[in-house]
Write a protein of this length. Structure first.
Length: 257
């Protein structure tokens, strides 16, 4: 199911056709009964009202989940840029040779982290992750070696800052994996299908055109939720503006922090 959730436009088309088909199923069931039983009218109104209300609440709740995750990814991009920028300045506490080496590696690392946000996935993302892991090993090995050679509170501060840089990447990756659960999407689809079946069942023959409205509205809602929730597949994506600004500022990076 993650395949379609990472493609919001495809999800929109599938959702609209599925829900419109559910409305037609409801109309087909109703066509077997020429007259709507009088005793069922009030019960039907209560059931469809409750079902549509439940659908609206679940859509709103799921939208809130998607926005919260989007905001978290956006905040972590800023924190990651701050961690790298701070460490770029702190490596001056280490021996000159190690400091120059670390600043060169941090420049490369910043470029890689910015690429991570704009990558579309596949082989490109695998390459970025591989290069990132390799650079992290070099950064930590160099920082730890320099701190051991020149043991002092300031070198310990530089080593601690490097740990923050590495942790920031881990927090970011965890946030990108934190998506709306498939179970929540399944519940959404189930309630949406039931709502459209009930809508079709209560629709008159002349109201067939109106049966398009609810499937279209729900499909648009699903499109928006999936777009926000998908870090790479949607139109609304996190732009690494802080990382890009940091990379551009490295010519005068000594005054960054």
């Amino acid at each position: 199911m993650m395949f379609i959730l990472d493609r919001p436009l495809l999800l929109f088309v599938v959702t609209f056709l599925l829900l419109w088909g559910a409305a037609w199923i409801g109309m087909a069931i109703r066509s077997r009964h020429r007259q709507f039983p009088e005793g069922m009218r009030s019960d039907y109104g209560v059931i469809i009202g409750a079902t549509l209300t439940l659908l609206g609440l679940i859509i709103g709740f799921t939208f809130s989940m998607a926005v919260t995750r989007y905001d978290q990814r956006k905040t972590l991009e800023e924190e990651e840029a701050n961690a790298i920028g701070t460490e770029f300045a702190r490596v001056d506490f280490l021996p000159a040779e190690s400091a120059a080496r670390l600043q060169t590696l941090l420049r490369q690392y910043t470029d890689l982290r910015a690429q991570f946000y704009v990558a579309h996935g596949g082989a490109e993302l695998m390459r970025i992750n591989s290069d990132t892991a390799s650079l992290q090993n070099q950064l930590w090995t160099t920082a730890a070696g320099a701190a051991k050679l020149q043991a002092s509170p300031l070198s310990a501060l530089a080593a601690s800052g490097m740990n923050d840089v590495l942790n920031a990447q881990g927090y970011t990756q965890a946030a990108w994996w934190n998506r709306i659960p498939v179970a929540a999407w399944s519940l959404l689809f189930l309630i949406a299908v039931l709502s459209n079946v009930l809508l079709g069942y209560g629709a008159h023959a002349r109201a067939m055109v109106l049966s398009v409205i609810l499937p279209l509205a729900v499909a648009v809602s699903f499109l928006l939720i999936a777009d926000i929730d998908s870090p790479r597949g949607g139109i609304i994506r996190i732009q690494p503006k802080n990382l890009q600004a940091l990379a551009a500022s490295f010519n005068g990076a000594n005054s960054y922090r």
